[in-house]
Write a protein that binds this ligand. Structure first.
Ligand SMILES: [Zn+2]
Ligand SMILES: [Zn+2]
Length: 362
């Protein structure tokens, strides 16, 4: 398996993607490159490498073979310092623990695992940290440990795998629609009920139904809450965008969610056709058909800032997640019981005092 570090065309330092200007920065010579410049350089190096195998723009380590079967942890060799990089079965980009160079595990992003598109981060770590602190200030009863400096350091930018579905569906909806007319003449109220045959049929185009593609992503619910991602900003996949971030490859194949997606699209279709028949008090004897004409699925990597926190002496893990493009945040937060107790005591005292005052005045 190929492990690579995208290297600076100028000094061979490790390039990282910078969300602020959407360019690639070298921390050593401070050069800045566009995606096209990086690609052009690597293409040229690749051509040169064909002639002279030693030259390489992407430092490679073919020796660091995958030592474990798929589905388990695996070891790779860092192309920069030679240390072992331990990864989960789904890790596709990470940092070397020893030399802190950003590495991309190319083998996990090739063949059928080659993503169709990537949505690059737009929010960098500094900005993400500031947003996290602002967000947490509005929350009460949070233990200090959750936003201590060393904890916030762990805020990590992760490209998560998703299936994104575009589909054309068609359907029919029919039933008997009741319309009531009520009027009063003198002392008498008249009610007239008319019943109409209702029939609606149509074709509907759905865009960007977004589904989680990582089974270990227990943050799924929360990650769902930071949607939508601005998918119109996605670009054709280039692995250099992962440089400086973590990335996960999918382990949920589309066949596994196909049935759910079909069901969901069917339900939406039915609902929209039903909504296209307004103005009835009730529609009875409802019947409907739906079918999917065309379904296009795209495998995408989408950007999320994630912070996890494990409470001391407890298995409880808490999460904070933020959309790496829009900044929309969501979290499951720990509660600090001592703080909560004091607040509750304060409320209790407050009520007691008001009660006494009331007593005096009465
Ligand atoms: Zn450089
Ligand atoms: Zn290393």
């Amino acid at each position: 398996m190929e492990v690579i570090i995208h290297k600076c065309p100028n000094c061979s330092g490790p390039l990282t993607f910078e969300p602020k200007d959407q360019k690639f920065h070298c921390p050593y010579c401070l050069s800045v490159f566009t995606a096209d410049e990086v690609s052009a350089f690597e293409e040229k190096q690749k051509a040169a490498q064909m002639a002279a195998p030693e030259e390489s723009s992407k430092e490679k380590s073919e020796a660091g073979n995958e030592t474990a079967a798929a589905g388990e942890m695996a070891l790779y060799q860092c192309p920069s310092c030679g240390a072992e990089i331990v990864t989960d079965a789904t890790t596709a980009a990470t940092y070397c623990y020893y030399c802190h160079n950003p590495v991309v595990l190319l083998g996990r992003l090739s063949g059928k695992f080659l993503p169709d598109k990537v949505l690059p981060f737009a929010i960098d770590k500094k900005d993400a940290t500031a947003r996290f602190l602002k967000w947490i200030r509005r929350k009460k009863f949070i233990p200090k440990a959750f936003f201590q400096k060393e904890q916030i350091e762990k805020l990590t930018g992760v490209y998560f795998p998703y299936w994104v579905v575009d589909a054309d569906t068609e359907g029919t909806f029919q039933g008997l629609g009741n319309v009531l007319r009520v009027w009063v003449v003198g002392d008498l109220e008249y009610t007239e009920t008319k019943q109409y045959d209702v029939l609606r049929s149509g074709k509907i185009h759905f865009r960007q139904l977004t589904k989680n593609a990582l089974s270990k992503n227990i943050k799924q619910k929360m990650v769902a809450r930071i949607q939508p991602f601005p998918l119109d900003k996605t670009i054709p996949f280039k692995d250099q965008y992962l440089s400086g971030f973590q990335a996960e490859k999918r382990d949920i194949e589309f066949e596994k969610i196909d049935e759910d997606v079909t069901q969901e699209l069917g339900d939406y279709t039915k609902e929209m056709l039903h909504d296209a028949a307004p103005g009835y008090v009730a529609i009875v004897n409802q019947k409907s058909t739906t079918k999917i004409d065309e379904l296009k699925k795209n495998y995408m990597l989408l950007p999320v800032w994630v912070l996890t926190y494990r409470e001391k002496g407890s298995d409880q893990v808490y999460y904070y997640a933020m959309n790496g493009q829009t900044g929309k945040a969501s979290g499951v937060l720990p509660i600090s019981y001592p703080k909560l107790f004091f607040a509750a005591a304060g409320i209790f005292f407050g009520i007691l005092i008001f009660g006494l005052l009331g007593g005096y005045f009465l």
